[in-house]
Design a protein. Structure first.
Ligand SMILES: CC(=O)N[C@H]1[C@@H](OP(=O)(O)OP(=O)(O)OC[C@H]2O[C@@H](n3ccc(=O)[nH]c3=O)[C@H](O)[C@@H]2O)O[C@H](CO)[C@@H](O)[C@@H]1O
Ligand SMILES: C=C(OP(=O)(O)O)C(=O)O
Length: 433
């Protein structure tokens, strides 16, 4: 287990270039299984989830050359083999489930391990995925530790309408439909920036997708997909995180941002905490004027609030980042996670800093910010962005804090500590129990 020692109190300032978005990189890596042509990916981040997928590709006989220094990954699934009774897929990461379509399309069989749950955010169902696989013709067999899926190829095109806009279910639908026989449609598709990036990559491989970025996708199956040379775009999660780190420490951070058109709601959310975000010439910067202060709503007797839900709402993965600002900013804010039922239970860790955060119910938390904070030893749940939020609070308090079990950060953010060190952050990893 890795812990982070944070020496807080230094305003973070400077320019920083974000990495690629884990939630775009992983489905794109899984998509490469659908083609027998070589694929080159550029800007691949050095994160543990990427390493796990690459390891499984190598075990299955695919050729992978990966250099994290240049960020270039060459993958060629030419001599790939798979036996669902022998081969296992990576666990403790949600993206594992997106290896299923490639395996089904190539080998007519795939597995889902029971532990494809990823961050401990609450219920993370596999049923919407299984329904998609069944729609494409899969027969499902229950094992003690997972599922085996068998299917005749090519997969059968279909029209499907999901219960809710699920990110990885949408990606799995597109992966299955790309090589299916006929035209498939998905209603209630997810449209997060990483889903859009994934669809762009699929189109580059030769998939025929209409409706990118909307809630209805139409995919016309093709016989084969080709190769590609693709460069990842900047991760909007990292952009928001770096800007928020600048704001919470009273610094001045500028982040490269090639897609400011994705930011209007995020900018307004920052403004609720008294933080102005300025986008200029491909860069975004945070501007703070004195201590953070919550913007009072005009409506009397209601709380300021941040509602997180599937895109185009504020993404649930960014909610903890705004909670950290809520702890710091003077005033009260209600945070509402409309997606997960177990993502808000870390108020007790915030209290160790002296923060006042109240868990109203499994989906809602209220911060009463601006209380005096002091350094503390806190423990992160297995949730990437909560580890970061705790780090943010610690970075804003003069003195030494410890974030125990901060390892999940390494699942999504390459060399995070070194990276923000360039902005003046003073932190180090230590190994322990
Ligand atoms: C690898 C990857 O891309 N992971 C992301 C992906 O996970 P993932 O694709 O697993 O998330 P889903 O969009 O499927 O939602 C996860 C869970 O939330 C619940 N749910 C979701 C939406 C909804 O309207 N109602 C509802 O109940 C369900 O229990 C569901 O199982 O999207 C999540 C939501 O943006 C992010 O937190 C994860 O970082
Ligand atoms: C929750 C996340 O990832 P996963 O779905 O892989 O757990 C995340 O990226 O914040």
């Amino acid at each position: 287990m890795s812990h982070l020692i944070v020496h807080g109190g230094t305003p973070l300032s400077g320019r920083i270039i974000p990495s690629a978005n884990k939630n775009a990189v992983l489905p794109i890596l899984c998509a490469t299984l659908l083609t027998k042509q070589p694929v080159r990916l550029r800007g691949v981040p050095e994160i543990t989830d990427v390493k796990k997928i690459v390891e499984v590709f190598r075990k299955l006989g695919s050729k992978v050359e990966l250099d994290f220094k240049t960020g270039i990954l060459d993958v060629h699934h030419a001599d790939t083999h798979f036996d669902p009774n022998v081969d296992r897929l990576p666990e403790e990461m949600r993206s594992s489930i997106m290896l299923v379509p490639g395996l089904m399309a190539r080998f007519g069989a795939a597995r889902i391990e029971d532990d494809v749950k990823g961050c401990t955010l609450g219920a993370r169902e596999i049923d919407p995925h299984v329904e998609v696989f069944e729609r494409f013709g899969a027969q499902v067999e229950r094992l003690p530790d997972g599922l085996i899926l068998r299917v005749h190829r090519p997969l059968t095109a279909n029209a499907h309408w999901t219960d809710y806009a699920s990110v990885t279910t949408t990606e799995n639908f597109v992966l299955c439909a790309a090589l299916a026989d006929g035209v498939s449609t998905l209603t209630n598709a997810a449209s997060e920036p990483h889903v859009q990036e994934f669809c762009n990559f699929m189109s580059l491989l030769g998939a025929k997708i209409e409706g990118h970025g909307t809630s209805k996708l139409k995919i016309t199956g093709v016989q084969d997909l080709g190769g590609a040379d693709y460069t990842f775009t900047e991760d909007f999660h990292e952009i928001v995180t770096f800007l928020a780190l600048g704001a919470i420490t009273g610094g001045n951070v500028q982040v490269k941002n090639g897609a400011p058109e994705m930011f209007p709601l995020l900018d307004r959310t920052f403004a609720k905490f008294g933080v102005q975000i300025v986008h200029e010439d491909g860069w975004s910067r945070c501007v703070v004027d004195g201590p953070l202060k919550v913007k009072e709503p005009f409506t009397r007797n209601i709380l300021q609030k941040v509602e997180a839900a599937p895109w185009p709402y504020v993404p649930v993965d960014l909610l903890p980042i705004f909670v950290a600002l809520g702890v710091k900013a003077e005033g009260s804010v209600m945070f509402w996670n409309k997606v997960y039922d177990g993502a808000m239970g870390w108020t007790s860790e915030l209290a160790k800093f002296g923060a006042h955060a109240f868990l109203s119910d499994p989906h809602r938390m209220i911060t009463f910010g601006g209380k005096p904070l002091s350094p503390a030893e806190v423990e992160s749940p297995y949730i990437i962005r909560v580890a970061i939020a705790l780090l943010m609070v610690a970075a804003s308090i003069p003195g030494k804090s410890v974030i125990k079990n901060a390892t999940p950060i390494r699942r999504a953010h390459p060399n995070f500590v070194e990276h923000i060190g360039e902005l003046g952050a003073r932190m180090e990893w230590v190994e322990g129990d």
